[in-house]
Design a protein around this ligand. Sequence first.
Ligand SMILES: Cc1cc2nc3c(=O)[nH]c(=O)nc-3n(C[C@H](O)[C@H](O)[C@H](O)COP(=O)(O)OP(=O)(O)OC[C@H]3O[C@@H](n4cnc5c(N)ncnc54)[C@H](O)[C@@H]3O)c2cc1C
Length: 379
Amino acid sequence: MCDHFDLVVVGGGIVGLAHALAGVRRGLSVALFDRDERASNASIRNFGFVTVTGQRAGRTWERARYSRDVWDRVAGPAGIPVVHSDLLVVAHRPEAMAVLSAFADTDMGADCRLLDRTGLYDRLPMAATGATGGLYSPHERRVEPRTAIPALWSWLEMQGVRFFRRVAVRGVEPGFVDTTVGRFRAGHIAICPGPDLATLFPDRLAAHRLSLCKLQMLRVAAPGWRLPAAVMGDLSLARYDGYAALPAAAPLRQRLQAEVTDALENGIHLIIVQSADGSLVIGDSHHYGPTPDPFASQQVDDIILREARALLDLPPDLAVQERWNGYYPSSPDQTAFIDHPADGIALTMVSSGTGMSTAFALGEEALAQLLGEPDPLAI
Ligand SMILES: Cc1cc2nc3c(=O)[nH]c(=O)nc-3n(C[C@H](O)[C@H](O)[C@H](O)COP(=O)(O)OP(=O)(O)OC[C@H]3O[C@@H](n4cnc5c(N)ncnc54)[C@H](O)[C@@H]3O)c2cc1C
């Protein structure tokens, strides 16, 4: 007789961990399978930036608010330091300031504060010269993903989740999970495979018209000052749905298209966050395809660094300490989805760059759907 668990989770990235947490919260016996010894994909390669402000209006924004609150609840018990909180969006072009003004008038801008030029430099003296103002948001958190995700594995293990490391799940059917170490029985199954679109329910995934997105990231040496918050700039306002969908974003996009064509062509927008040792994580670019190449382009890194200098007053001799690529599945229209390919099986995928910000809500939603409970975000 094979082992039985109330819930089997496939995938130990942030999405799988969120489902495991949702199972633990309900007192279920939970097993989690990952084909790797430890998570090593998008969930540890991102900024660790739990972003609320700027997310797509509606469900995505609601998921981000919900998930941020879960991060606040679990970070302490799981031993995950919140490296910094809040967000400062710096507007250099007047068109960017117009987007921020329009955003501040929406429901999503309610708790944010528009900053004039003086207010911006008071809060962010290291902003590059020429800023016209900005926006302060109190909603964000930042964790160090490369330590936060392993800490979540350890903490969930202490909560009773059984982790099966270096075990691939080869097939799933209602009530059963076939793995490289044998067959398991499962009351419910949550599949959270990240960018693996080929192993489990590939036909089902194909219907979502997914491609993969490749992103380049950099870590640079400590600049000698501390950021008071995560920082974004003009380019982000043309990319993050919460801003970019506003009519006021059209003139900004036009101007960026004329002035920084290469940045737009490479899907570059700027997020800069700081780690505990003072080093800065700077990114990122976006290139799409069924199998994006694995090579980090120096030309793309140079554009990212040029735009970082346009955003913050960085030292001239900035040393790049690390470069890496990340990959995630990308959908033309959905930021995430929960599919149900068969009875008792949820297939959850974040199909945009928002998983650190929204996964905890998705885990709760998927479990609620599997167990016939009301929508947790509507309660
Ligand atoms: C460079 C970069 C920057 C980003 N920045 C941010 C950010 O600042 N804020 C934000 O909210 N989001 C950000 N994101 C997006 C976020 O990182 C992802 O949405 C999220 O990590 C996806 O988590 P996941 O668990 O779905 O996937 P993954 O982290 O890819 O994990 C999937 C796991 O499933 C396992 N697996 C798959 N199939 C099987 C199988 N058959 N059997 C066993 N194991 C299997 C894999 O081994 C893997 O460990 C960023 C992403 C990247 C790449």
